[in-house]
Design a binder for this molecule. Structure first.
Ligand code: ZN
Length: 368
């Protein structure tokens, strides 16, 4: 684990990359900040978490670090000990933790419950969505260090994810008062230019290893009563079964239709990158949408993936899937939604045993 600092004093703000060794975006962002050493108004801790896994070009060495919190100083696995050490480093620090995904190019945040930190931080961050992953956080940093803003920065290994990561660091530091909100921020093209040294390729495919490569691996059968006994039998194509109703949460949230048009903010569909204005560190998030705030989705259940040779996904994440719509296929056999749902972290090969998650709309985070 590499731990560095900007500014003097005991940091109460931290930025973490490389919890997963095969997700270079956060590492590149941290390294770019360390190279540029921008002036800060509060001390900031900068961490590259799983250096050993990154050096090996692997997600982890022994076990998934983001399934291993709170960790164990005497644990057998590298990541068991690292989880313990990382938690100790982050104690007292409001933290940004950066990941990337196979499922979606734009940036989104993941919390265990949408609490005060989510409401305070998200309005300052350029995000397409906020995901409440409350039912799926066992062993994850967000469960054991709730002062964490976890972000998925884009597609694993892509230049866009690295640029999004660097921009999110700037926005997060501004939100935390560690740098002026109206000050300039690192130019991503310059700061990230020519840096391909941190591992990962730009196009990781389905055959890049045996381990799942997504960040919210489904619980095993011993951990969660909802799987797999409630899954449809493998012989029959499974279908999503979100709850019939989408009750509004508190705080006046509107149920459903968080993003019915599929428009998303501040980026192009291909790259998920934000606009140059946002990349330059403008204070306001470039959501580019007429809607207020950022849509919130609550994970409801995993969408199982029976053993097969080929998998396809036909739908966009965060875009509502209608009843009867074919959202995926297993060996060419389409899976149709039994009820409407929002796909989250859905991809053909990101997970071993599930396509991803079905979510319900949970309103919007207005924040300001
Ligand atoms: Zn990750």
């Amino acid at each position: 684990m590499r731990v560095e600092q900007l500014g003097e004093g005991e940091p109460e703000v931290a930025v973490v990359g490389g919890i997963h060794g095969d997700e270079p975006c956060g590492v590149r962002a941290v390294e770019a900040v360390l190279d540029a050493r921008p002036a800060v108004e509060r001390p900031v801790k900068l961490v590259v978490a799983n250096e050993a896994a990154a050096a090996a070009g692997q997600r982890y060495l022994d076990v998934d670090l983001n399934r291993s919190f709170p960790g164990d100083p005497d644990g057998e696995g590298h990541e068991h000990r690292l989880a313990y050490d990382l938690l100790a480093e982050l104690r007292g620090c409001t933290t940004l933790s950066m990941h990337s995904t196979q499922s979606y190019a734009g940036p989104f945040a993941i919390f265990e419950g949408v609490g005060p930190l989510a409401r305070a931080a998200c309005p300052h961050l350029t995000l397409d969505a906020v995901v409440d992953a409350s039912a799926f956080t066992e062993g994850r940093l967000i469960a054991h260090h709730p002062e964490t803003v976890e972000v998925e920065c884009g597609r694993q290994g892509s230049p866009g994810a690295a640029r999004n990561a660097l921009r999110l660091v700037g926005e997060f530091l501004a939100a935390a008062g560690a740098r002026p909100a109206d000050g300039g921020w690192l130019d991503a093209n310059r700061a990230l230019a020519g840096d391909s040294s941190t591992g990962g390729s730009d196009a990781r495919g389905p055959s890049d290893g045996t381990a799942s490569t997504e960040d919210f691996e489904p619980p095993t059968s011993t951990e969660c009563a909802t799987t797999p006994s409630e899954r449809p039998p493998a012989a029959k194509p499974p279908a999503a079964k979100p709850p019939a109703a989408e009750p509004p949460e508190g705080r006046g949230a509107r149920p459903s239709d968080p993003n019915p048009t599929g428009t998303r903010s501040g980026g192009t569909p291909e790259t998920g990158e934000s606009t140059p204005t946002a990349a330059a560190g403008g204070g306001s998030a470039a959501r580019g949408s007429s809607e207020e705030g950022v849509p919130v989705y609550r994970l409801v259940h995993a969408i199982p993936k029976p053993a097969a040779t080929t998998y396809e996904v036909f739908v966009e994440n965060f875009t509502r899937v209608a009843t009867g719509e074919a959202f995926a296929a297993v060996d060419g056999e389409p899976l149709r939604a039994e009820e409407p749902f929002y796909p989250v972290l859905l991809s053909p090969y990101g997970y071993e045993t599930v396509f991803g998650y079905a979510a319900e709309g949970a309103g919007r985070l207005d924040g300001r």
